[in-house]
Design a protein around this ligand. Structure first.
Ligand SMILES: Cc1cc2nc3c(=O)[nH]c(=O)nc-3n(C[C@H](O)[C@H](O)[C@H](O)COP(=O)(O)OP(=O)(O)OC[C@H]3O[C@@H](n4cnc5c(N)ncnc54)[C@H](O)[C@@H]3O)c2cc1C
Length: 671
């Protein structure tokens, strides 16, 4: 028996799941070696979600990152010969116009991203999926690239690990649990396991449902949470007997009923001869903190499969029978039906990337099967190059502020996310009702008195306009774009646009106290920011000056846009977008790491209010005057704005050449 490894360049925790397997594959593809993958159970997993996922892949989301990870994954499975591109339908029931509009939007998004999705009629849907009651639907989306990982993602995980082991670059060790992380000076040192310690330069947590427990070993938490997902089976379904197929008809999603369905093909295939029906609970999702997961020996089926009472799903099942009557014709297989645990997240996005607290500790958590190879590629690229080819801000684990790592917050937001997995369609401006009112600016009461229309951003109650300004619609109403479509108009207030127009012509003050403020103080502060920022902020930059600038990644891509105020020779305040603040704070801290760096980086957001002065559009350039004032010859175009002191001479009221000019960034106010 091979000796237990004492050290490795990379340790993957959760090697048996589809995510751990995909990460190992892609790390090797990017040139990594000396990788050790451990799993507390079998490899491929027999206890994780991958062991019993439905393995549907639909690429009908609205955001570029998910479209990428899903498309990449589908093509990856396909190249392995492990994908059945059987196609998939998403239907809108008669009367469910909101779902129909969502299907239209999904087609629009899909087309924008180059997918082959289209809308089809009920008759066309019936022709593709004969089990459908045609009169029940008003239309459907057809995704010809939707399909199934076949025969199971669990098998794919095993094949990926075997192939990686065969390269000699991965050692895969089953039945070995991570029991602790060794961390020194903010950097990972290695992994304690049930079989001994493995020193490591990098650790990647791919522990699925158990990920938060591993994060806890590093003194942090992840904004994700397991939830029950009923998966049921009906049999015998013999339509595809003798075909050898894993699936015969396309996949069906009935999101208006938060449900999906598929046949499992030839009864001779491992799980064949059945109809599988899955459901996401809309009313009372059953959350499960990872510490309450059972051990393998305690669970009837497995730790990620909990018992299911038929009562729990009766109502949606009855609705499903209306759409696909076959369910009532077959026998319900109670023994094999279960509540499978999968993860929901506080903002609908997974937790990927390097820990904000511990260098070298990476996460790939809350990832669906349909995205796993794509995420494996992102993680490998990120670890290798320091960046990914797409902006990863929305999935970056470092995006979460400390308040978003509190257990109650995680529970409440995930609970809310859990009943919106399928239904209703979630608007991109849709406010959460949980986790509100965490931070209020010093102007909150005044804003309330002005009739503020509050939305939430990064824990802050942020006014999107004031009822006291409604009168501005009388002046600007005809210039506020009309949003005929209810969806475009949802969570949008016309007064905000009128306020905006007023400020374009005049001057106004906006409360941006939700902006993140990060103080960078110490003898090395100027050097540090000079190194990170594109614009000059150090050297002879005068105290009191504010500079709008960027942070770049290693490839020169923009990773942050923000303003740096020099408050003293050795004192800077970075003023940043609320949703980007924690990532950028983490970035500054990472850049500041190093022996003896004499700089302190502190999140001071809650210590200061922040006001922004915005204005005005004024005529100030006459090209001819400007040309003369600057001594330019006739072929040269005058440079128009921002205004320079010498522009005063060439300003001319009433001239047609207008330049919109921002009056300046509001300084952060100490209160
Ligand atoms: C019923 C059901 C249906 C689903 N259907 C679909 C679908 O149709 N399409 C889709 O895309 N997704 C689907 N999913 C979601 C999908 O299954 C998961 O998102 C995915 O399998 C997660 O993979 P993973 O590798 O992150 O986690 P897992 O598969 O759970 O693997 C995690 C591994 O970590 C190991 N581990 C945990 N703790 C430790 C430790 N301390 N030390 C060492 N190892 C540890 C575990 O043993 C396990 O092997 C479904 C999920 C369920 C439950």
């Amino acid at each position: 028996m091979a000796k237990f490894p004492e050290r490795a360049k990379v340790v993957i925790i959760g090697q048996g799941g589809i995510v751990g397997a995909s990460v190992a594959h892609h790390l090797i593809e990017r040139g990594w070696d000396d990788i050790v993958g451990i799993d507390k159970s079998a490899i491929p997993t027999d206890v994780g979600s991958t062991a019993h996922a439905s393995d549907f892949c639909f690429n009908t989301m609205h955001d570029q990152m998910t479209i990428f990870t899903t498309k990449y994954s589908i093509d990856f499975y396909d190249r392995m010969g492990r994908y059945e591109r059987i196609g998939g339908l998403e239907v809108a029931r008669v009367g469910d116009d909101e779902r129909m509009r969502e299907l239209e939007r999904r087609v629009a998004s899909g087309k924008a991203f180059g997918n082959r999705v289209e809308l089809i009629t009920p008759a066309q849907a019936k022709a593709r999926f004969p089990l459908l009651e045609e009169s029940m639907i008003q239309g459907a989306l057809w995704d010809p690239d939707a399909g199934l990982v076949k025969p199971r993602s669990q098998m794919v995980a095993g094949e990926l690990v075997d192939a990686a082991v065969a390269t000699g670059k991965l050692r895969s060790i089953a039945n070995t649990a991570c029991t602790g992380l060794r961390i020194e000076n903010g950097r990972i040192q290695g992994v304690e396991t049930t079989r001994g310690y493995i020193a490591a330069d990098h650790v990647v947590v791919c522990a699925g449902l158990w990920g938060r427990l591993i994060a806890g070993m590093a003194g942090e938490d992840l904004p994700i949470m397991p939830v029950d997902h009923p998966l049921t089976f009906f049999k015998p379904y013999l339509e595809f007997a003798g075909t050898g197929k894993d699936i015969g008809y396309p996949l069906l999603r009935d999101q208006g009923n938060s449900a999906y369905l598929r046949d499992t093909g030839d009864p001779k295939t491992p799980e064949g001869g059945q109809i599988e029906w899955g459901y996401y609970e809309e009313k009372n999702p059953r959350m499960c903190h990872p510490r309450d997961l059972l051990e393998k020996e305690q669970a009837r089926l497995s730790p990620s499969q909990r018992d299911l009472e038929l009562e729990q799903i009766m109502e949606p099942l009855e609705r499903a029978i209306e759409l696909t009557p076959i369910l009532a014709e077959l026998g319900y297989d109670e023994k094999h039906s279960f509540n499978g645990l999968l993860q929901v997240t506080v903002d609908g996005n997974p937790s990927i990337g390097e820990s904000s607290k511990v260098r070298g500790l990476w996460y790939a958590e809350a990832v669906w099967v349909k995205d796993a190879p794509g995420v494996g590629k992102l993680v490998a690229d990120w670890m290798t190059d320091g960046f990914t080819h797409l902006d990863h801000a929305r999935i970056d684990v470092a995006r979460t502020y400390p308040y978003q790592q509190e257990e109650q917050y995680i529970h409440d937001r995930c609970y809310e996310g859990a009943f919106k997995i399928y239904n209703p369609p979630v608007h991109n401006r849709e406010p959460y009702s949980a986790g509100r009112g965490i931070f209020k600016s010093p102007f909150y009461e005044r804003e309330k008195a002005l009739g503020a229309y509050f939305m939430e951003l990064s824990g802050w109650e942020r006014a999107h306009g004031y009822a006291s300004n409604e009168h501005l619609l009388e002046v600007y109403g005809d210039r506020v774009p009309v949003r005929d479509n209810e969806w475009d108009n949802r969570h949008f207030w016309r007064v905000s646009n009128a306020e905006h127009l007023k400020m374009s012509e005049d001057v106004g003050m906006i409360n941006v106290s939700h902006f993140a403020e990060i103080d960078v103080v110490g003898p090395d502060a100027a050097d540090l920011l000079e190194y990170i920022c594109v614009a000059k902020v150090g050297g002879d930059t005068p105290v009191g000056k504010g500079i709008y600038t960027h942070f770049l990644d290693a490839k020169g891509g923009v990773r942050a846009d923000l303003t740096v105020l020099r408050l003293g020779q050795d004192h800077y305040r970075v003023v940043d977008r609320a949703d980007a603040g924690h990532r950028d704070l983490t970035w500054i801290r990472r850049m500041a790491l190093g022996p003896g760096a004499r700089v302190e980086v502190t999140d001071t957001t809650t210590q200061y209010g922040c006001l922004r002065c915005v204005g005005s559009q004024r005529p100030y350039h006459d090209p001819e005057n400007c040309r003369r004032a600057r001594g330019l010859d006739e072929r040269e175009l005058p440079v128009c704005g921002p205004a320079q002191p010498d522009d005063q001479g060439c300003a001319g009221a009433g001239l047609p050449h207008l330049v919109r000019r921002r009056a300046g960034l509001g300084a952060a106010l100490q209160i």
